[in-house]
Design a binder for this molecule. Structure first.
Ligand code: CA
Length: 230
């Protein structure tokens, strides 16, 4: 069930929208001024699927409420603006609203926009899920999106450099990477770094990743560099 927060100071309109949304199966809550609305929108105990936000509000106007929500949250926002108030619409969208609806509106139009917005969010959510790329090597998994490294179920804490070095090796399985190549890819153009820093970091990685008694994940190729072999 989708949860909608309605921030609207016209009590009759707020009540009407609330009843209609409830009738359509939404869960709703109403706040009658900008300050209380913002508080409810940012309440960590709540999780809103959509915020329906009037522009002209007492205490804090809808544009400011929208802007302040956007500083911390991507929750979908539909602005309700007065007729012909083009400035409201533009600045609402400028400040991060996802859609707007002009008052007075037919409830069917609002419902259609809500459905369209929720559907879009759903699709984007799924796309983000598939964008989450993971790299596997034996029982090691790197989740690139959130930079998590696991060995089996266990999360391995790595520093930024260790992480980048590991990723470089895992993305080039069976390719021997020389110290110079690794330096260039992982350390970039910090020319002052000595090539043996690679050896030092490989040692750090082995200490964190390898299981005593098992073969190391990272093979040393004498005189050349390092490789992970499949
Ligand atoms: Ca108003």
């Amino acid at each position: 069930m989708s949860r909608v927060l309605i921030i609207e100071d016209e009590k009759n309109l707020a009540r009407f929208v609330e009843l209609e949304l409830k009738h359509e199966g939404y869960e709703t809550d109403v706040r009658y001024d900008g300050r209380n609305g913002l508080e409810a929108a940012l309440d960590e105990k709540e999780s809103w699927d959509v915020i329906l936000l009037d522009v002209m509000l007492p205490e804090l106007n809808g544009i400011d409420v929208c802007r302040r929500i956007r500083q911390v949250s991507n929750v979908p926002i539909i602005m309700m603006t007065a007729r012909d108030s083009v400035i409201d619409r533009v600045s609402g969208l400028d400040h991060g609203a996802d859609d707007y609806i002009v008052k007075p509106f037919a409830i069917e139009e609002l419902l259609a926009r809500l459905r369209a917005l929720l559907r879009r969010i759903d699709i984007e959510g799924e796309q983000n899920m598939t964008k989450q790329t993971t790299v596997h090597y034996r029982d090691l998994v790197v989740e690139k999106e959130n930079r998590i490294v696991r060995r089996g179920e266990e999360v391995i804490e790595l520093t930024k450099r260790e992480y980048e070095l590991l990723l470089e090796l895992m993305e080039n399985v069976n390719i021997v990477l020389s110290r110079d190549v690794l330096l260039n890819k992982v350390w970039g153009y910090e020319t002052e770094v000595e090539t043996n820093v690679v050896d030092v970091y490989i040692r750090y990685l082995r200490n964190k990743l390898d299981v005593p008694g098992n073969e190391s994940y990272i093979q040393t190729v004498r005189g050349t560099g390092y490789v992970m072999r499949s």
